[in-house]
Design a protein around this ligand. Sequence first.
Ligand code: NAP
Length: 314
Amino acid sequence: MEKHQDLVPLGKTDIMITTVGVGAWAWGDRMVWGYGGSSYSDADIREAFDVSLANGTNWFDTAEIYGMGRSERFLGEFLPTTTKEVLVATKFFPFPWWVRKEALLRRLKKSLARLQLNQVDLYQIHMPFVQWSKPAYVSVLADAVHTGLARAVGVSNFNTEKTKLANQTLQAAGVPLASNQVEYSLFDRRIEKNGLLDYCLKNDITVIAYSPLAKGMVTGKYGPDNPPPGPRKRMYPPEKLSSAQPLLTLLKEIGTTHEKTPAQVALNWTICKGTVPIPGAKNARQAADNLGAMGWRLTPEEVTALDEASKVLA
Ligand SMILES: NC(=O)c1ccc[n+]([C@@H]2O[C@H](COP(=O)([O-])OP(=O)(O)OC[C@H]3O[C@@H](n4cnc5c(N)ncnc54)[C@H](OP(=O)(O)O)[C@@H]3O)[C@@H](O)[C@H]2O)c1
């Protein structure tokens, strides 16, 4: 049986997205996620896609730089094989050599070719590097909508000030700023403290929470004596993983009362805060687990308890 879909609007657009999307960074990335090694195969990625759809999500987040185009190509290969309506979000990466704003539409067309699509549902500026948060550059996102190459547009890693400017710029061009994709998890709650979450919620800008599992740390499978592989070891040193132990215990306890896993509880917490998480999944098991975060909610008391337990980290 298909799982119940938990739908919310994407910003002020008429696009309805499920409260959990799927992040596709690992689908082809060698450096951080070890694609090409022994931990997951192309067949695992394919299964992660199928199982994600079977478990109720309706969208995937990718980017032109993920696996140097490989992630978009995987999606381009998979999308024609399903009869479901699947929404795709991708991103423009502002390399320093893209000094002219015309680069954005050129790059979007390249992404569309890899995705085998005529239109993407959400196109985002990946980082506000140098000129790419300035009105003249952000306004090209409106051209992406006006030319029909994107249904909606958003930004990523923009702070509150840059988000406000982008919102005003796009409003003036008659296109809503649909979203801002930023890091948010029980390990990283900066957006609650710096005003970005409040600003976005008040202005109907969807906050897409990236790395919502703290790159796997909230699942409890890594710890001070069992560090994560690759560059994640530096991002989450043993001291940090030690201080996370009370939080990880609480995630397990709360999960037991709801018959949910720690990952599902941690993702549900980001949903309860009004954001839309995009957990990465390398295989079918992870995809099914993560999408079990939809269709139910933590109690306000549980959210508060998790807030308290994560204070030491975030
Ligand atoms: N805009 C940006 O700048 C930006 C930056 C980062 C990410 N993102 C987006 O956000 C998405 C998600 O973020 P992320 O991939 O950094 O981190 P994440 O979603 O917090 O963690 C994903 C990793 O956790 C592990 N995992 C996932 N589900 C699991 C489960 N149920 N049980 C146990 N382990 C599980 C897997 O790695 P292992 O199996 O190897 O542990 C997986 O690759 C990305 O795919 C990308 O679309 C955007």
